[in-house]
Design a protein around this ligand. Structure first.
Ligand SMILES: Nc1nc2c(ncn2[C@@H]2O[C@H](COP(=O)(O)OP(=O)(O)OP(=O)(O)O)[C@@H](O)[C@H]2O)c(=O)[nH]1
Ligand SMILES: [Mg+2]
Length: 434
C-alpha cells in the first residue's frame, strides 16, 4: 500500500470515536505497520511513534481543535520535523553535477533541473558526459531540446576532457548541468572517475540521484557517494511509482544527507524542490493542515454556529449559513479529509460538491417564509417553483428536502451536540462513506 494512503487510513480510523489512550495506542500500531510495510527502518519507526504517543497524550489540544485533529497535528509536525530542512534552489550562477547508478533517472533529472532554471529566466546548458552508454548523449540532447536549453558534449570517450570544457561554459551560461555515467554498483572505478570529473568541473552542487525503488538501500548509497566524492544532497526519483518511497526518504535523512529534490514522473515538470512542510501535508492528505485548523476555528467563532445547533433550531436559513461556513473552509475535498473521510473516489467527491451547490441554489430560490418554516417545503407546488427558480429537476429538489428532513430529525435526536463540524461531518461524511 502506498505510504500516504496507509497513513491517511490509520488516521481516518480515529474519526467518530472517542480519542483516548487505547485509540492512540491503536493508531501508533497502525502507523508502525504502515511505515514498516513501506520499508522504513524499524528502529526509526519505533522511536518516531513513541514520540507521537508521548506528545499526543501529554499535550493539551489548542482551543477549538478537537482531539482527533490534535493527534493529526502531532503526527504531521513530527513527520515534518523528521524530514529535515527545505531545499531552496539557489538562483546564482552555478555548476551542477549529477551522479548515481544505472537507470535511476540522472539524465531525466538533468532535463528537469534545466527546465526549472530556464523557467526562472536563467541561461542553462546541459552537458553530456556519460561516455559509456552509446545513446546517452543523444538522449540528453533530446532532453535539452524539450527543455529549450543549450546542449554541449565532445565526441570523445574521455569524461574528464568533457568536464574540463564544461567548466569554461560558465563564462557564457548561468547554470551548467553535467550528466555523468552510471554504474551497476558503486565501485572504486566509479569513485575515481567521479572524483576526476569533479576536480576539473568544480561543481557548486553535486546531487546524487537515487530511485525510490531502492528503498532503504538509498541511504547506504548516499553514504557511499558522500564519503567518496562529497554530496550537496540527494534527488529521489520515481516517487510516483514506488511503494518504497518512505524507505528511501527516511534512510537518506538518517544517513545524514539532505533531500533536495523529488522527482515524481517522467515529464520534465515532474520535479519539486524538497519541502518537508508540503511533503508531510501531501502524505497525510492535507493541502495545508495548519491553515485548515485555523480556518475551522475562525469559521466556528465568527458564525457562532454551534449555538444554532445547540438550540436545536434547524431551518433552511440556518442550514444555508452552515453550508456557506462549511464552504469557506475550502474545497469540500480538503474539508472532508480533515474530517477523516480520505481516499474517497473523485466522482463521489465531485458529486457531493455538486449536491452542496445544488442545495445552495435551491435554498436561495426559497422565500423567506419557506426558509424559516421548513414544513412549507413539503408541498409539491412549492418544490416545483423552487426547482424552476434554481434551474433544477423537481425530483432533485424533492431529494434535497428529504435530506434536509433527515438532518433535522437527526438533530432532534441528539440532545447535546458536540459541535457543528462534527455534526456536518456525520451528515455528509456518513452519507459519503456509506
Ligand atoms: N515514473 C518515473 N519515471 C522516471 C522518473 N525519473 C526518470 N524516470 C524514468 O526512468 C528511466 C531512466 O531514466 P534516465 O534519466 O535515462 O536514467 P539514467 O540514470 O540517466 O540512466 P543511465 O544513463 O542509463 O544510467 C526513464 O524511462 C525515465 O523516463 C520519475 O521521477 N518517475
Ligand atoms: Mg543517463
Amino acid at each position: 500500500m502506498d505510504l500516504g494512503k496507509g497513513l491517511r487510513q490509520a488516521l481516518a480510523k480515529l474519526s467518530g470515536r472517542y480519542v483516548d489512550e487505547t485509540a492512540v495506542t491503536e493508531l501508533v500500531k497502525d502507523l508502525q505497520r504502515v511505515l514498516i510495510a513501506n520499508d522504513v527502518n524499524v528502529r526509526f519507526v519505533l522511536e518516531w511513534t513513541k514520540k507521537i504517543k508521548e506528545r499526543t497524550l501529554s499535550e493539551k489540544p489548542i482551543p477549538g481543535v478537537g482531539l482527533r485533529e490534535h493527534v493529526v497535528k502531532v503526527v504531521y509536525e513530527e513527520l515534518e520535523k523528521f524530514m529535515g530542512q527545505a531545499h531552496e534552489p539557489s538562483l546564482a550562477k552555478q555548476r551542477i553535477l549529477l551522479l548515481g547508478l544505472f537507470g535511476v533517472g540522472k539524465s531525466t533529472s538533468a532535463g528537469k533541473i534545466a527546465r526549472y532554471y530556464s523557467s526562472k529566466g536563467l541561461k542553462v546548458i546541459l552537458v553530456g558526459a556519460d561516455v559509456h552508454r552509446p545513446a546517452a548523449r543523444a538522449q540528453l540532447q533530446q532532453l535539452a531540446d524539450q527543455a529549450h536549453v543549450a546542449f554541449f558534449t565532445l565526441e570523445t570517450n574521455d569524461a574528464v576532457a568533457i568536464a574540463t570544457a564544461a567548466r569554461k561554459l560558465s563564462d557564457q551560461y548561468d547554470v551548467v548541468i553535467l550528466d555523468s555515467a552510471g554504474r551497476s554498483a558503486f565501485d572504486e572505478e566509479l569513485a575515481r572517475e567521479l572524483k576526476d570529473v569533479a576536480s576539473v568541473f568544480e561543481p557548486d552542487s553535486s546531487f546524487l540521484v537515487v530511485s525510490a525503488d531502492a528503498g532503504q538501500v538509498a541511504g547506504k548509497q548516499a553514504k557511499q557517494f558522500h564519503d567518496a566524492v562529497g554530496l550537496t544532497g540527494v534527488l529521489i526519483t520515481k516517487m510516483d511509482g514506488s511503494g518504497k518511497g518512505g524507505g528511501a526518504l527516511s534512510s537518506v535523512v538518517e544517513s545524514g544527507s539532505r533531500i533536495c529534490f523529488l522527482g515524481s514522473g517522467e515529464k520534465l515538470q515532474d520535479l519539486r524542490a524538497f519541502d518537508p512542510h508540503a511533503f508531510a501535508a501531501s502524505l497525510l492528505g492535507f493541502p495545508d493542515l495548519k491553515e485548515l485548523l485555523e480556518t475551522a476555528k475562525r469559521v466556528s467563532e465568527e458564525e457562532n454556529l454551534e449555538k444554532a445547533w445547540n438550540d436545536g433550531k434547524l431551518d433552511y436559513a440556518t442550514f444555508l449559513s452552515q453550508l456557506k461556513a462549511f464552504k469557506k473552509m475550502g474545497p469540500l475535498k480538503s474539508v472532508m479529509q480533515m474530517m477523516g473521510a480520505h481516499d474517497l473516489p473523485d466522482d463521489v467527491m465531485n458529486q457531493s460538491e455538486k449536491k452542496l451547490k445544488a442545495f445552495e441554489s435551491a435554498v436561495l430560490s426559497m422565500t423567506l417564509a419557506e426558509r424559516n418554516n421548513p414544513a412549507l417545503m413539503k408541498e409539491s407546488s412549492r418544490q416545483a417553483r423552487v426547482a424552476k427558480g434554481a434551474g433544477m429537476k423537481e425530483s432533485d429538489v424533492r431529494e434535497l428536502v428529504q435530506q434536509f428532513e433527515k438532518t433535522q430529525k437527526m438533530l432532534k435526536d441528539v440532545k447535546k451536540n458536540k459541535g457543528l463540524l462534527n455534526k456536518l461531518s456525520q451528515q455528509f461524511g456518513g452519507k459519503l462513506g456509506g
